[in-house]
Design a protein around this ligand. Structure first.
Ligand SMILES: *Cc1c(COP(=O)(O)O)cnc(C)c1O
Length: 373
């Protein structure tokens, strides 16, 4: 059985050097044995992009880890390859998750590859069309719960406790384990850990995972730097900033619309260990940062992901980021997940591209050009 999932190329890389997914690339640093089926879509190996623009705006050296480049368009794939592989190793025929959208898209895709059932619970009317369409396309059993994400997670846990179905939310440690590989990749590329790491925070699983990954790199002796973990929540959904859970979280950044973070205690520990920071950002500043990221860096991200940029700009403005500090920003999900935001101006009005006649001279004049080279 397990054989069916092994890399057909074996341990040897094919000549093309195709990235082999995080379980193959980091098998020695994850709980992967010869009995573990490798359920992989080639996740990880995402670009770490140096940004001259964000560096000039802040005086720091700024890199963007673009996790929208994962197979289903978000970092959730790193954790899901691990969670589904371990679930199948333990004989699971069905998995369940609560989701604000990206976890459901990822669980659906990896379950499809594994040939098992994925059931997903999403808050009714609160997930983006792109994410819903992914889960439908991959044939997940999607149920819209008449409640918010926190209710979805409570019910998913109850089902997994009492029925033969395996929970793949980030309360499952396999998810955090898979996600810590992003920190490994950053250290591999930079040759050291950054001074500051900026990241969106919802359930705080990813915040926890990066901290764990960096701590392991220090233990391996490949870097001596522990990045200060700077996590950001939306103002209407900022329980870790306020120090207490929230009953009715609200933000346009649906991926982080979470009032009771599942990894609360782990995140508090990572925050304390790294001399970290939790900050709140308004929806308006999230959308402004999404525009900066798209128009100045060339990276189109969903609103929740852009909060890393908003957080960097806010902290730099506050004078907290020393000149030339090495900063990495996790950009968690692709802008195509929720494309409506790209079409809006800062005042909320819709952009509609200008209509022009089939005439080169008129088009040139619209573009403000006169003849010649
Ligand atoms: C899941 C998700 C987050 C939040 O990650 P947590 O681990 O829940 O804190 C942020 N951005 C995007 C795009 C996500 O899908």
């Amino acid at each position: 059985m397990a054989k069916r999932w092994r890399n057909p190329f074996g341990a040897k890389r094919p000549a093309s050097h195709q990235w082999r997914g995080v379980l193959n690339e980091y098998a020695d640093r994850l709980d992967v044995t010869s009995k573990t089926p490798i359920i992989s879509l080639g996740e990880g190996g995402t670009p770490l992009i140096y940004s001259p623009s964000l560096s000039a705006r802040t005086g720091a050296k700024v890199y963007v880890k673009f996790e929208g480049m994962n197979p289903t368009g978000s970092f959730k794939d790193r954790g899901m390859t691990m969670a589904i592989s371990k679930a199948v190793e333990h004989g699971a025929k069905a998995v369940i998750c609560a989701s604000t959208g990206n976890t459901s898209a990822s669980a659906a895709a990896y379950a499809a590859y594994a040939g098992i059932t994925a059931a997903v619970l999403v808050p009714e009317g609160k997930i983006s069309m792109g994410k819903l369409s992914q889960a439908v396309a991959h044939d997940a059993q999607i149920l819209q719960l008449q409640g918010n994400f926190d209710d979805c997670l409570d019910i998913a846990r109850e089902l997994a406790d009492n029925y033969p179905i395996h929970l793949v939310n980030s309360v499952n440690n396999d998810r955090i384990e898979g996600q810590k590989t992003a920190a490994f990749e950053i250290v591999d590329v930079l040759g050291r850990a950054p001074d500051f790491h900026f990241i969106p925070v919802g359930n705080a699983g990813n915040y926890t995972a990066y901290h764990r990954g960096y701590r392991e790199e220090i233990a391996r002796g490949v870097t001596s730097v522990l990045p200060r973990m700077f996590g950001f929540q939306a103002e209407g959904s900022a329980p870790l900033v306020n120090g207490a859970p929230i009953n009715n979280p609200e933000t346009i950044a649906t991926a982080i619309r979470i009032g009771k973070p599942a990894s609360w205690d782990l995140a508090i520990a990572a925050h304390a260990d790294s001399n970290g920071y939790f900050g709140a950002i308004s929806d308006a500043d999230i959308l402004a940062a999404q525009k900066v990221l798209a128009a100045e860096v060339g990276v189109f991200a969903e609103p929740a992901s852009a909060i890393s940029v908003a957080g960097l700009l806010e902290r730099a403005e506050a004078g907290v980021i020393p000149k030339d500090a090495l900063c990495v920003l996790t950009v968690t999900g692709h802008g195509l997940k929720d494309p409506q935001w790209g079409l809006k101006r800062a005042d909320g009005s819709e952009v509609s591209p200008l209509v022009v006649p089939v005439n080169a001279d008129e088009i040139a004049s619209v573009l403000g050009m006169s003849k010649g080279h």
